[in-house]
Design a binder for this molecule. Structure first.
Ligand SMILES: C[S@@+](CC[C@H](N)C(=O)[O-])C[C@H]1O[C@@H](n2cnc3c(N)ncnc32)[C@H](O)[C@@H]1O
Length: 498
């Protein structure tokens, strides 16, 4: 054990570091300037990891975390830091990464834009069912958990596919999300529904003795196996809740197509919550949880939710976006508008501009800027997202946007540019991996006057900026916080051709 350790600064993944001799010590759930006692875990040549045992002197940067799951749940690792401290950390982290990895000359960063709402700001959450609940404070020996306490519906513990933290209350999505989750869990328990077992996906009734056993793991926590509640091979796997304002969509993912069982549950949800305007289910009989390749089956209500956003440059003119069950939509709706406004404003759009919106998703940025420019081209590799984008363009009576789907590296070619018009502005918003080298090379060949690069991962953005520095100079930079209480942050750069 290390005593009276002074935590120095916040680093990625919600941890803080201290210096112990010549080693760096990483401790989660601490704050810069905390003085703590630490139990040391994994040790490597130049760093070690620890777990806080006692906070001897709390830092002034701390605030009481609001959530009872804080400290275990992987969702909001910075909830114990005052929000302005979180923002300072994010601004510094982005800047450090751009300078250290990109090694490009940067202008002074503009002030990070904080999220107007720091609780209940998400419009989508995905919960997982599990037949055993993770007990953070182990039960006393011999103590049996009540049956209704055993199954879980909540979030994965960080990095674990099989450990589910049962969530009693979450502050991320509006209140009704909690009510729906608790109702669904209760309904499932009362009606004998199976809770999917990720450790034993093929387990059938009767294979195991129906008793309660205790598993102790290396990290000292325990879980208790329930009496087998898998009803044949039908079980509940995941639940996705999306909302636009007061309207909610519920998507239940099950392991087998049992229309009666799933229908009864969806009917019960619809009856209890009139705010749930759209109900879907997905049958996933694969081992992994990904649903990208599976059909979302419409059960009842509306087929999609409809979000509204003001158009760039004309707040009175509203854009409508249809959100279908699997389509991407920025999860912090209010802040998405601010992020897009910053990007569009940096692009200094003019009436005769031809704009390419790379990695367009459901075309939100393309449609947001379309009325300010001559033409927009959006490219994205999810076919369904491009279908949504096309419907969104039609429903908003926007006819100067063309959408294409396919892998960016294959779609964005010389012939494509020749056919669809040479862009003088490119807005690019790639996934965390950043842009493929061949896409960066293509950007250098196209050489638009301005590039606005939006990124959710400053490390890969830095790498791409360095590659682009052969022809481009970064003239503006601003970070935007879409995800309070996490270490995630969006970084927006304006590049102009040298
Ligand atoms: C960060 S999201 C941006 C979405 C959009 N700009 C928005 O704000 O809603 C990145 C998008 O890139 C798409 N994508 C990822 N890899 C791609 C690739 N190789 N080619 C084309 N699109 C890709 C993803 O499907 C996703 O929609």
């Amino acid at each position: 054990m290390l005593t009276d350790v002074l935590m120095l600064e916040a680093v990625a993944e919600g941890k803080c570091i201290a210096k112990i001799d010549d080693k760096v010590l990483f401790v989660p759930f601490t704050a810069p300037e905390d003085i703590v006692d630490v139990e040391v875990g994994r040790q490597k040549r130049n760093y070690m990891e620890g777990r806080v045992l006692r906070i001897k002197e709390p830092s002034k940067k701390r605030i009481e975390p609001r959530c009872k799951h804080f400290g275990v749940c992987g969702g909001c690792k910075w909830q114990h830091l005052k929000y302005d401290e979180q923002l300072k950390f994010k601004q510094k982290q982005v800047r450090d990464q751009l300078e250290r990895i990109g090694k490009v000359e940067l202008p002074e960063s503009e002030n990070i834009l904080g999220s107007p709402e720091i609780f209940f700001f998400r419009n989508k959450l995905e919960y997982t069912f599990a037949p055993r609940k993770w007990f953070v404070n182990p039960l006393a020996d011999g103590e049996e958990p009540a049956i209704e306490d055993v199954a879980a519906l909540g979030f994965h513990l960080p990095g674990r596919f099989d450990k589910i933290l049962d969530i009693e209350y979450c502050y991320l999505q509006p209140e009704l999300s909690n009510d729906i989750r608790l109702f669904v869990k209760q309904y499932a328990l009362q009606n004998g529904y199976g809770f999917y077992d990720a450790r034993r996906p093929n387990r059938q009734n009767g294979q195991d003795e129906p008793n309660i056993s205790v598993n102790t793991t290396t990290d000292g926590e325990t879980s208790r196996d329930t009496p087998d509640r898998q009803s044949k091979d039908f079980s509940l796997r995941n639940m996705i809740i999306r909302n636009v304002g007061e309207n909610f969509m519920v998507i239940i993912v099950v392991s087998k197509h049992d229309k009666e069982a799933i229908g009864n549950m969806l009917n019960a949800i619809a009856e209890k919550f009139p705010q749930v305007t759209s109900l879907y289910y997905i049958v996933n009989d694969k081992v992994n949880d990904s649903i990208g390749d599976l059909e979302a089956i419409h059960y009842s209500g509306e087929k999609c939710l409809t979000a509204e956003m003001p158009t760039f440059g004309d707040a009175n003119q509203k854009l409508k976006f249809h959100i279908s069950p699997k389509s991407f939509y920025q999860t912090n709706s209010t802040q998405a508008y601010h992020l897009y406004s910053i990007a569009a404003e940096m692009a200094s759009l003019k009436n005769d501009d031809v704009v390419y919106d790379l990695y367009t998703g459901t075309g939100t940025i393309a449609l947001f800027v379309a009325r300010s420019v001559k033409k927009v081209v959006g490219i994205e590799y999810v076919e369904e997202a491009i279908k949504d984008a096309t419907v969104n363009a039609r429903d908003n009576s926007i006819d100067n946007v063309d959408f294409f789907y396919g892998d960016m590296a294959k779609v964005l070619t010389d012939e494509f540019v020749e056919k669809n018009g040479h862009p003088n502005v490119i807005i690019t918003d790639p996934p965390r991996e950043g842009m493929h080298l061949s896409v960066v090379e293509m950007l250098l060949r196209i050489a638009p006057e301005r590039i606005v690069y939006i990124s959710c991962n400053a490390a890969t953005q830095a790498r791409d900026l360095e590659r682009l520095s052969e022809k481009y100079k970064v003239v503006r930079h601003r970070a935007v916080d879409m995800f309070p209480h996490t270490a995630h942050v969006e970084s927006v750069c304006l590049l102009v051709r040298i």
